[in-house]
Design a protein around this ligand. Sequence first.
Ligand SMILES: *Cc1c(COP(=O)(O)O)cnc(C)c1O
Length: 426
Amino acid sequence: MELYNLKHPSQVVSFTEALTLGLGKDRGLFFPSEIPVLEDMDALLALPFVERSQKVLGAWLASEIGQDAVDSLVEKAFNFDVKLVKADDSKYCLELFHGPTLAFKDFGARFMAQCLNELAGDKKINILTATSGDTGAAVADAFFGLDNIQVVVLYPKGKISILQEKMFTTLGGNIHTVSVESDFDACQALVKHAFEDSDVRDGLHLNSANSINISRLLAQTCYYFEAVAQFKRQHNQDPVIAVPSGNFGNLTAGLFAKAMGLPIAGFVAATNSNDTVPRYLEQGDWLPQATVATMSNAMDVAEPSNWPRVEAIVEKMGWSLSDIKGVALSEEDTSDSLKALICQGYLSEPHAAIAAKALELTLSTEEKGIFLGTAHPAKFKDVVDKELDIELALPIELAAVENKDILSVTLAANFNQLKSYLFNVL
Ligand SMILES: *Cc1c(COP(=O)(O)O)cnc(C)c1O
């Protein structure tokens, strides 16, 4: 597989290089030179999830690492269910939260960890990543205990739920966690700064496990195939898919899947009041504003780093950005949507609820759609309990960490402090 740097197209790398580098020169994102198109979609959709995913990822990677390696990576990474659950007659939720850390980030993080473990040889690897909530847990769980890999996770202090925080700050070992006295965009900026700093880059050989890493996005294309496969067993039409979006990795993966030939009627990019993309789609100006804290905190991102990839796919395929519908919802809309869903008998959480509402607002009467369930409701227990006036039971994954001690250190959003911390622990 060949990829190029969107900022410096002359920088061309293999998948293994893109995997280990994370970002290219000048923080440019790697983008595939070719998007493979899959033949015989009906037969592909008829396959079970793991087997189909091996073919989907094989189309990208087999030429470089061999189909056998792809098969074993997929089998190890995707060891949990994907369920399509009916919310009402026109809307289904694709539940992506049945993995070990109860969020869709398990797909990307587990596949990336398996890839690094297999493909990076004996090289010692240092991962620096920022999380708006769920990446931290997924990455920490996926990499915990891997011998050659040290992980540092930055997260915005006080801006993620306590259970989210406990899922990754209580592990210790090779997982180092830092709460930063600021918001997610500041954490992301610190990570970017570290990648630009020559002392850090050359001295520590950093990699990032954020959704800027192409391995994560390729892995995520697989559940779009599963969504369409399950949907088409019940309906003789193509679904619209609404994606609750923060950094826009998830939507990027969906667009890759469509570009590979997967029949998807259209996409809805759903955000909370951090609405840089919906405003851009409507008005044509890219004007990020200060990040606002919302109850869908994993989407509290004002400067989504995957957006250049969205534009690159659209351009490469000759599509139009106006085919992507942008919808931004307020806290009140989010709350109303959670309540409407429970009235229909579907218990959700704020991120999926935003996508459900955005879908409803954009579907025509003949259309049906899928909204992505990106996290288990119990991961946002405080909000869900309060909004719905219920008392959610904790699944074992969360009950197990509830009483453990948080091991993170706190730093100001200051690069020099972070730098000395990194040289200290790595
Ligand atoms: C990360 C996350 C999102 C946003 O996904 P992106 O790929 O960053 O757009 C949405 N919902 C939940 C629960 C998340 O953890």
